[in-house]
Every structure is written in C-alpha cells, then in structure tokens.
Write a new protein. Structure first.
Length: 65
C-alpha cells in the first residue's frame, strides 16, 4: 500500500477497496508505519502512538494488528 519510504504503491481507489472489502475479512494485518498512518488517519512518532494506531485499526476492521 505504502512503501516504508512513503511512496504510494496503490491508487487511492485500490486503497478504498482494500479497506472496504479485504480488511474486514482479515484475521491479521501487519502494516508498516506509513500504512498504519493511512489506515488509522493518525500520526506515529512514539511506541505509544504505535499501540494507539494498532488499536484503532483493529477496532475499525475487526482484526489483529
């Protein structure tokens, strides 16, 4: 979805399809930090941010992060 360098690897329409159709079916997702920021709409700077973002994504899509 997003490279660690920050470069987009998917078109925005594909991201919408991912979040609307695929993630709700997932048991586990393992986003890198830029992907986690896109999925959560939050910024990650600290370990506490990582935990908050993971909870946000898990709650939003019903999967482990």
């Amino acid at each position: 979805m997003v490279a660690t360098s920050g470069s987009a690897l998917m078109r925005s329409g594909a991201v919408d399809a991912l979040t609307e159709k695929l993630l709700p079916l997932s048991v586990l997702v393992t986003p890198n930090i830029p992907e986690a920021e896109v999925l959560s709409g939050m910024t990650v700077r600290t370990k506490e941010d990582m935990l908050s973002v993971a909870k946000n994504i898990g709650d939003a899509y019903g999967c482990a992060v």
